[in-house]
Design a protein around this ligand. Structure first.
Ligand code: CP3
Length: 347
């Protein structure tokens, strides 16, 4: 099912493909007028994620415009807690709002047995995107499935939404390690099932988004970022031999070296990382993905060209996937994305 001639999949097996494959985090989203048109027609964001026809359509929109080397399933990392029966709402201009999980009763209320049925529409989206890529002539574009990594998902569940510092979550990890470990275990097991189902449905690579990994101390980073990622990668490999996994331990700094031992095929670097230094910390066969500043993409012009050139220069000759260091922001001009793709294709 995986087509090893696709540039993204070649880079993920450790080949220094050049020019490097390119895709961008949040490539489907509000900066695209065709996305806003579809978004305006649905009641809420969760409805968009769980309506396969629409979710598949918005997944394909950026591929039609830019011919990226990867499509990323249109969904959200918070769909898994939603499927576990934890509440979730997206408030206009506020981001996600969830109940606060602070005790054993909150953990006991989660039900892993309802996940498979709840995420069935996501699997249908995966099948539709694979079919759409083939029928629309994007034979070189690979489909990436994803999940939030357990720690980042736990952050949103414990805080009840976004936070500047996720203080309640970090305090719980120290003060009630048994409760926190119980939550992390449940999320790790559910993530394995969820990602495995995506691979089954046709995802050709899988990405783990650990957006808040960088708020942890080194010891907690090992316990709650590296250990669950290692467990998830091992379980996925057992069920889907050869399935490539990309890890994104955002703001993990020097801990990327240790993260390299999780078994992931690639590490996505956030904008703060000096790519040449970061690459030196990562095992040789592990690809690097990243890490253009999304604000350089907003600015465009010489600033964008210069930043992209520096990344390309640093990564030539090693397995590399061009991307941003975090997601595209809504105020991005679509033409800047087109200019970036042209620059990378000409590298
Ligand atoms: O990358 C892609 O194009 C695929 C789709 C995708 C979305 N979210 C769509 C989305 C992916 C991979 C995510 C991951 C995600 N979601 C992360 C990890 C990456 C990161 O950004 O750190 C996190 C932390 C979330 C949680 C989340 N979802 C927040 C905090 C928000 C609100 C912030 C915002 O931009 O509005 C969302 C909503 C969300 N997820 C939107 C999109 C396109 C915007 C909702 C809308 O269109 O109304």
């Amino acid at each position: 099912m995986r087509d090893s001639t696709k540039p993204l999949l070649r880079a993920l097996t450790g080949e220094a493909v050049w020019p490097p494959p390119i895709w961008l985090m949040r490539q489907a989203g509000r900066y695209l007028p065709e996305y806003r048109a579809i978004r305006a027609g649905v009641a809420d964001f969760i409805a968009l994620c769980t309506t396969p026809e629409l979710a598949a359509e918005v997944t394909l929109q950026p591929i039609r415009r830019y011919g990226f080397d990867a499509a990323i399933l249109f969904s959200d990392i918070l769909i898994l807690p939603w499927a576990l029966g934890h509440g979730l709402a997206f408030k206009e201009g506020e981001g996600p709002v969830l109940p606060k999980l602070r005790d054993a009763a909150g953990l006991a209320a989660l039900d892993p047995n309802r996940v498979a049925a709840a995420v069935a529409p996501v699997m249908e989206t995966v099948r539709r995107v694979r079919a759409g890529l083939a029928s629309e002539g994007f034979g070189q574009t690979a489909l990436i499935g994803f999940a939030g990594a357990p720690f980042t998902v736990a952050c949103y569940m414990v805080e009840g939404g976004g936070s500047r510092d996720f203080a309640a979550t970090r305090a719980m990890a120290y003060a009630d390690p048994a409760l926190f470990a119980g939550l992390m275990d449940m999320l790790t097991e559910s993530t394995i099932e969820y990602l495995s189902a995506q691979a089954e449905a046709g995802a050709e690579a899988l990405m783990l988004f650990d957006s808040w990994a960088g708020v942890l101390s080194p010891s907690l980073f090992r316990r709650h970022v590296i250990a669950p990622a290692t467990r998830i990668v091992a379980a996925l490999r057992q069920r889907h031999p050869g399935i490539p996994v990309i890890g994104f331990p955002r703001l993990g700094g020097l801990m990327v070296g240790a993260y390299g031992a999780t078994g992931v095929n690639a590490i996505a670097m956030d904008t703060s990382m000096d790519l040449a230094q970061a690459a030196a910390l990562v095992p040789d066969g592990v690809a690097v993905q990243g890490n253009l500043d999304p604000m350089a993409l907003v600015a465009g012009g010489a600033a964008l060209t210069g930043e992209a050139e520096a990344i390309l220069r640093a990564m030539r000759g090693r397995p590399f996937i061009f991307n941003l260091g975090h997601g595209i922001v809504p105020q991005t001009t679509p033409a800047h994305v087109g200019a970036l793709v042209e620059q990378v294709r000409a590298a």
